[in-house]
Design a protein around this ligand. Structure first.
Ligand code: GDP
Length: 312
């Protein structure tokens, strides 16, 4: 049976690891990655799209393995210089990375759509896989903490996720439209993969764009998620902390319950398999911690096999 094209929903660091695995076990023309843009923001006059860039760098082999964000072989002259001038230095922009933001900002200002620019940058960096922003319209994640609402990057980078999260909002989402190609990709998908990304700040903003959740539900393709929580802990970042603060169990089961009926299949670490056994979706136990390139490829194969076994 032929599978048909695969669509992956992804945030940044965790999502990009599986997206890279999928890109190495599928023909490039069979993979579309839909990127969260809720983390996007304007800083120093530049349009910054952290998840699109993390995906682009990972798929182009330009990512920085030490940090998980930014580019490899980076230099920091711009950052050092702006700091010396008393400018803002809380969001680290390397010199090579900076070129992407400068050129993207120029093209956005000249009227091009983010999706067009993203596709073009990917092609120029030698990526065959299609990376699409969830929307060309601005959607901005905001965090309600005890002191009030704060912008996402203020929470995530400047305050290093210290504020307690009471609620999240995706400003602009109700008025946004899926980027060109997103609905068509979901409609014709043979499998839909929810990468091991933060459900609240990476996947739910994508699902908040009107039409995307409906297209996933209507597609008939199996929807398989990979848990970003392993043994009650996030591999990196605030997922587990956020779950506890939002009143959920910080477990693989907690993530599954959050996605609910959307999932047909759920891939978890071996140690978490018993906990999620009662959940409605078909559970696959695997090594979901992706340390090496082989781990990424192996998990991609597991996810695709899980989807194939669910295909009606
Ligand atoms: P962000 O947008 O950069 O925060 O990245 P994502 O939302 O895509 O990824 C963050 C999530 O990825 C966290 O919840 C991590 O636990 C998860 N993650 C990171 N590396 C791995 C991994 O190797 N395996 C699994 N299962 N999850 C991972």
């Amino acid at each position: 049976m032929t599978r048909g094209p695969v669509v992956a929903l992804s945030g940044g660091v965790g999502g990009a690891k599986l997206a890279l695995g999928l890109s190495r076990v599928l023909p490039a023309s069979d993979l579309t990655v839909i990127a969260n843009t809720g983390d996007d923001f304007e800083h120093l006059g530049l349009s910054i799209c952290p998840d699109i860039d993390t995906l682009t760098y990972a798929l182009a082999g330009l990512d920085n393995p030490a940090t998980g964000w930014g580019r490899r072989d980076e230099t920091w002259s711009f950052m050092d210089s702006i700091k010396a001038l008393g400018g803002e230095d809380w969001f680290r922009l390397g010199d090579r990375d900076l070129a992407v933001h400068v050129e993207r900002t120029r093209r956005l200002r000249s009227g091009e759509a983010l999706s067009q620019i993203t596709i073009d940058f990917a092609a120029r960096l030698g990526i065959g896989v299609r990376i699409l922003p969830m929307s060309d319209d601005p959607v901005r994640t905001r965090v309600l903490s005890d002191g009030g609402w704060i912008d996402f990057q203020d929470y995530f980078v400047r305050q290093q996720c210290r504020p307690v999260v009471r609620a999240l909002s995706f400003d602009g989402a109700p008025m946004s439209q899926p980027a060109p190609g997103v609905i068509q990709a979901l409609r014709t998908a043979g499998a839909i993969v929810i990468c091991p990304s933060n459900p609240f700040i990476s996947i739910e903003p994508i699902l908040a764009v009107p039409g995307i959740r409906e297209a996933i539900e209507a597609s008939g393709a199996p929807v398989v998620a990979v848990s970003p929580i392993i043994g009650g802990k996030a591999v990196k970042g605030p997922t587990a902390k956020m779950m506890a603060e939002l009143g959920m169990d910080a477990t693989a089961l907690g993530v599954a319950l959050r996605y609910g009926d959307l999932l047909n299949g759920y891939v978890v670490e071996h140690e978490d398999a018993a906990d999620v056994a009662g959940f409605g979706a078909r559970v696959t136990a695997a090594k979901t911690l992706m340390q090496s390139l082989e781990d990424r490829e192996a998990l991609a194969r597991v996810v695709l096999e899980a989807a194939d076994s669910l295909r009606r």
